[in-house]
Design a protein around this ligand. Structure first.
Ligand code: ADP
Length: 622
């Protein structure tokens, strides 16, 4: 027989373990939920393997057994599921495979958020060390003869040895419970404690959980039960079981589709985004069941990519049990389910928006950015999505919908005024481009998400004709003035045309390769200058984003607007006319300033700083 071999936990796993042991996580009960959940997964996996390979032994009596010994202070959770090989023991229990572990550990260093994060991360097996000072795992993998024993005291190392053969494949986890000195600490070898934890967290597990020769869970699939019978608490506990999220879900959505395709669904919208929502755009969280039998989790074909934040269960009556991931996407029933689920999600979100604005804002803050991707991906529903979108505006600090904005639009306003191009609201609010619109009393939507800009650029192609147009006010071709006002302004500008000519020539001489035009302007009220996008052009931020993504957009030429009623520009007009040698030095300042307001760094940052220094010295005196 193989002798005992000693291993060390992978450093991240060891760190996590240490945290578990020292953790003051208030709800230690969850370790049992995690063990039962692992046992249940193992039984699911064995069933699926047996479906694929008829050589493998069918599970005669699948079950999860619980045993406790209050003398010896042990608690045992045993399953006859798929089991683990020696390598799998090392891979699954000795290391953490989950992506994002590093981020998790970094975040968890902060004591304040630690407790919450441990729960959120669903660290499963390791949570046993909250209550045990030694853990033994005896396991035999389906289709193999060898049985292995894994043992650890949670001290950074573990041992693996060959063990006496288990009669059947599966896994037995034995916890040696810690002596509890803490006041009010629970005794986890106590029968009633065990029963109540299982009753609370694991009642709906679809395999029997047997304790003292009786099955103690109802095994009733919560999504099959009538809504009126289920308490809010049960929904929440089921959600937590499903997602490992420690927080309550924001809302749940029940689906009961009957007709040509019959299926039931129980979906949840989490209250906050998981940290990998953007890093892992493909991750989806719908589990597929067929007639109450678990088939697969993470079934991406059941939900649109931009709804990937939705978690839950879909249970179909019409699909064959042996369906595989590969054929799933071509399955017409799946398409029907997907469409009807999507419709239901839209309808529920609409209801939430109408009935509980506060909750809806939470949803939007967590998932709005993902949801909006749908405008580009799903032209059929682009309008639905936009109607559900929330925006910030120049009016106040509240969120607004497009419909609400439209109800406040001025008569004759050509469309929905939008400004994008910066990542934060305060930068957008400070943009000189807003000046003419604010002066004329128009409300402008402030769009800070990168995806907003894509939507804005493409909106005329993707949005249906019956929707109000989104108008990008960064564009040189958009104005807040009426035709009459424009005419009057143009006349005023014409009068000063000849005066403006030398300054324009100077500006083109200096910045010509970056500019499409230099225009005298009466659009600005307080700023001397402003860089606007040429009609149909893209913002500086967008240009930079495309470059960062490895694309090569042609360099965008912009329009430099100079506010001829501003004292600095007035002075510049004079200097240029007199061919003053300092014209260039002075003109560079407002140009660089308008670049900075676009979020860019002036090409010659050192020169810019020096010019400001010189100006300050001049202004402050010696
Ligand atoms: P998670 O369950 O979130 O993946 P865990 O730490 O609970 O994380 O478990 C790690 C892995 O160990 C599981 O994904 C599974 O592959 C394996 N495992 C744990 N418990 C069992 C079990 N009872 N039977 C078979 N495999 C198991």
């Amino acid at each position: 027989m193989m002798s005992e071999e000693k291993f060390y936990f992978q450093s991240e796993a060891a760190e996590l373990l240490k945290m578990m042991i020292s953790s003051v996580y208030s709800n230690k009960d969850i370790f049992l939920r995690e063990l039962i959940s692992n046992a249940s997964d193992a039984l699911d996996k064995r069933r699926i393997e047996c479906l694929k390979d008829s050589e493998l032994a069918e599970n005669e009596k699948p079950e999860i057994k619980i045993a406790a010994d209050s003398e010896k202070k042990t608690l045992t959770v045993s399953d006859n599921g798929i089991g683990m090989t020696r390598d799998e023991l090392i891979q699954y229990l000795g290391t953490i495979a989950k992506s994002g572990t590093k981020e998790f550990l970094k975040a968890a260093k902060n004591q304040d958020t630690q407790n919450e994060l441990i729960g959120q991360f669903g660290v499963g097996f390791y949570s046993v060390f909250m209550v045990a000072d030694k853990v033994e795992v005896i396991t035999r993998k389906l289709g193999t003869q060898e049985t292995y024993r894994f043992e650890s005291e949670g001290d950074g190392s573990y041992t693996i040895s060959e063990s006496e053969q288990r009669d059947e494949c599966g896994t037995t986890v034995t916890l040696h419970l810690r002596e509890n000195s803490e006041e009010g600490a629970k005794n986890y070898s106590d029968e009633w404690t065990i029963r109540s934890i299982i009753g609370k967290y694991s009642d709906f597990i679809s395999w029997p959980i047997v304790f003292k020769d009786t099955t103690i869970n109802s095994q009733k699939a919560i999504w099959q039960r009538p809504d009126s019978e289920i308490t809010e608490e049960e929904y929440k506990d089921f959600y937590k079981h499903l997602t490992h999220d420690w927080r309550d879900p924001l809302t749940h959505i029940k689906i009961n589709a009957e007709g040509s395709t019959n299926f039931k669904g129980l979906l949840f919208i989490p209250s906050e985004a998981p940290f990998d929502l953007f890093m892992n755009p493909e991750s989806g969280g719908i589990s597929l069941y067929i007639n109450r039998v678990f088939i697969m989790n993470d079934c991406k074909d059941l939900i649109a990519g931009y709804m990937r934040f939705v978690r839950g269960v879909i249970d179909s009556e019409d699909l064959p049990l042996n369906i595989s991931r590969e054929i799933l996407q071509d399955e017409p029933i799946i398409r029907v389910i997907r469409r009807s689920t999507q419709r239901k999600i839209f309808a529920e979100l609409k209801k939430l928006l109408a009935n509980d604005r506060e909750k809806y804002i939470k949803f939007w803050l967590a998932f709005g950015r993902v949801f909006k991707e749908g405008i580009m991906q799903d032209s059929e529903h682009a309008k639905n999505i936009l109607e559900l979108a929330l925006f910030r505006t120049t009016n106040n600090d509240e969120w607004t919908t497009l419909a609400e904005y439209e109800s406040r639009m001025k008569d004759g306003q050509e469309g929905i005024y939008c400004l994008a191009g910066r990542d934060n609201l305060s930068s957008l609010r400070a943009s000189p481009k807003l000046e003419q619109f604010t002066a004329k009393g128009y409300e402008v939507l402030l769009l800070t998400d990168p995806v907003d800009e894509v939507i804005l650029a493409e909106s005329s192609f993707v949005l249906p004709e019956d929707m109000k147009k989104l108008v990008n006010i960064a564009s040189d071709s958009v104005s807040a003035y009426t035709e009459d006002e424009k005419k009057a302004n143009d006349e005023k500008l014409k009068e000063s045309e000849s005066e403006f000519e030398p300054l324009k020539a100077k500006a083109l001489e200096i910045f010509g390769d970056k500019l499409e035009a230099v225009k005298p302007s009466l659009n600005l009220t307080s700023s001397p200058a402003c860089l606007r996008d040429s009609a149909g052009g893209i913002s500086l931020r967008m240009e930079n984003m495309l470059r960062a993504a490895g694309q090569n957009p042609p360099p965008q030429k912009r329009v430099l607007e100079l506010n001829i009623s501003h004292p600095v520009v007035k002075k510049l007009l004079k200097m240029a006319k007199e061919n003053d040698a300092k014209t260039e030095e002075v003109l560079r300042v407002p140009y660089d300033q308008s670049l900075i307001l676009e979020g860019a760094v002036p090409d010659d940052a050192a020169g810019f700083v020096k010019r400001i220094d010189d100006l300050m010295t001049l202004a402050l005196g010696e």
